[in-house]
Design a protein around this ligand. Structure first.
Ligand SMILES: [Zn+2]
Length: 161
């Protein structure tokens, strides 16, 4: 199941953008002049922001991302990682309330070998899971069925984290 933590693609952020490309999709998103809604940023805290994964594994697939461009969580200040976990907790509650999943995956891939799509900028994934969704996904191979648009997901989760 190598699609579990979907990588981001640069075409999303580079299309029609005049922003300088840093080589990191999260930094490029932060430097973009698009609105938070256009970027699917749900929440901005002091050290981290919460954003929808634009290639979600399931609807409600969120990421908590520090503003600081660091490739590993052990390089981060305690205040930043403490806040990240507070946001993870709030996001878990929001996902549970909105999607009533059977479970939630919570995880971080550090380094390309671990499957990081954006290896230079650590980030935490949260995604709701349902009993049977893996079997279904396996049965249909690479095709992902996303039952709602990102705009709909954004609308449902905005203001809850
Ligand atoms: Zn970055």
């Amino acid at each position: 199941m190598d699609v579990l933590w979907s990588p981001w693609r640069y075409d999303y952020i580079t299309a029609g953008s005049n922003a300088e490309i840093s080589g990191c999709v999260f930094c490029d998103i932060l430097n973009s002049s698009a609105s938070d809604e256009e970027r699917f940023i749900l929440k901005r805290a002091e050290f981290n922001f919460v954003i929808l994964n634009i290639y979600p594994y399931t609807s409600g697939h969120l990421m908590v991302v520090p503003y600081g461009h660091l490739d590993s969580i052990d390089k981060a200040e305690k205040a930043a990682t403490d806040e990240m976990m507070d946001l993870v907790k709030a996001a878990q509650t929001a996902i549970s309330d909105v999607y009533t999943p059977d479970g939630i995956n919570l995880g971080m891939n550090l380094g390309k070998a671990a499957g990081a799509g954006v290896a230079g900028h650590y980030h935490m994934h949260l995604l709701p899971r349902w009993i049977g969704d893996v079997n279904f996904m396996t049965a249909i191979g690479q095709t992902r069925t996303i039952p709602e648009t990102l705009a709909a997901t954004y609308e449902k989760l905005k203001g809850r984290i």
